[in-house]
Design a protein around this ligand. Structure first.
Ligand SMILES: NC(=O)c1ccc[n+]([C@@H]2O[C@H](COP(=O)([O-])OP(=O)(O)OC[C@H]3O[C@@H](n4cnc5c(N)ncnc54)[C@H](O)[C@@H]3O)[C@@H](O)[C@H]2O)c1
Length: 284
């Protein structure tokens, strides 16, 4: 996809962080924006900021775990003039070992991070194929979808699944011959609100218990790295470059490639798992 001016971008998780960075970049490219999130106040603020900057913006409270809400979002986008760029980006993170994580927190993270993308594809791809126009999908995974480490287990499981989902869907789209591209975004640390996902924890979902020891220390280290991470605007710039070039893999942090290589080498050499998730301290 080469032409963005006047086309419609649909972005989930658009009220903060990477989603807001994508929205700002899309607006600067002259795109119309359909912005979705569950955080109504932050969504309204993002919408107002971009409208003031001259963009055409509609916002919609949309929980990506709800297929009916995504259907409504797709209809809204079609009323705005079609769907040309779809960013399945919403995500949440709760740290901890897999066996310490409550069933509800497993379901929340898989619900938003994985089923949010699954439903986004199920709802939007048939509409993109029917429209027959050039379009592109960006699924936000993580470098943690290509690497492994302790104390982020449900999150990393969801991101590995988003990478596999994206690769399979790319091949399926190729098989249709439709002009619909797909990229998978795999950033390392980006300076966003992801470590404070509890602010959008669904009502009635009990808060995770405070963790002690190694899990707590790991989470603190990750929080520091996210705080010093890449700016969302730089992530968005790299995403739009990839969309223009029809490039599938978007690995935003040069320093994170070593972790992917080490894991792949370990698999092929038959060595047991080692901590391969990279903390890229040169990201800023
Ligand atoms: N920040 C990082 O270091 C990093 C690294 C790799 C991948 N990611 C991924 O980037 C994506 C964006 O996260 P971010 O880092 O910008 O964090 P963020 O918390 O700043 O933004 C995430 C947005 O998703 C929204 N959201 C949460 N649950 C939702 C739901 N059910 N429906 C709709 N919207 C929902 C939140 O309200 C928030 O606005 C996520 O998928 C995250 O996993 C982030």
């Amino acid at each position: 996809m080469q032409d963005f001016e006047g086309r419609v971008a649909v972005i989930t998780g658009a009220a903060s962080g990477i989603g807001r960075g994508l929205a700002r970049h899309a607006a600067a490219e002259g795109m119309k924006l359909v912005l979705a999130d569950v955080d109504d106040a932050a969504l309204a603020a993002t919408g107002a900021e971009l409208e003031e900057a001259g963009a055409r913006v509609v916002t919609a409270h949309t929980d990506v775990t709800d297929p009916a809400a995504l259907e409504a979002l797709a209809e809204l986008a079609e009323r705005e003039g079609g769907i040309h760029l779809l960013c399945n980006n919403a995500g949440v993170l709760v740290g901890g070992a897999g066996w310490e994580t409550s069933a509800a927190d497993w379901e929340w993270q898989l619900g938003v991070n994985l089923f949010g993308v699954i439903h986004g594809l199920r709802v939007f791809v048939p509409r993109l194929l029917a429209a027959g126009e050039p379009a592109h999908i960006v699924n936000t995974a993580s470098i943690g979808g290509l690497t492994t480490g302790p104390f982020l287990t449900p999150y990393l499981v969801s991101k590995h699944a988003v990478v596999a989902l994206s690769e399979c869907t790319y091949l399926e789209l190729q098989a249709t011959g439709a002009p619909v591209g797909l990229s998978v975004l795999c950033p390392a640390e980006v300076r966003t609100g992801i470590m404070d996902s509890n602010r959008v924890r669904p009502a009635g979902l009990p808060r995770a218990q405070a963790r002690a020891g190694a899990a707590e220390a790991f989470e603190r280290g990750l929080g520091d790295a996210v705080e010093k991470g890449m700016e969302p605007g730089e992530v968005a710039r790299q995403v739009f470059d990839a969309v223009r070039a029809d490039r599938f893999w978007v690995l935003t942090h040069e320093g994170s490639r070593a972790g992917v290589e080490a894991r792949m080498r370990g698999i092929l050499e038959g060595s047991n798992p080692a901590f391969s998730i990279a903390v890229d301290r040169d990201a800023g």
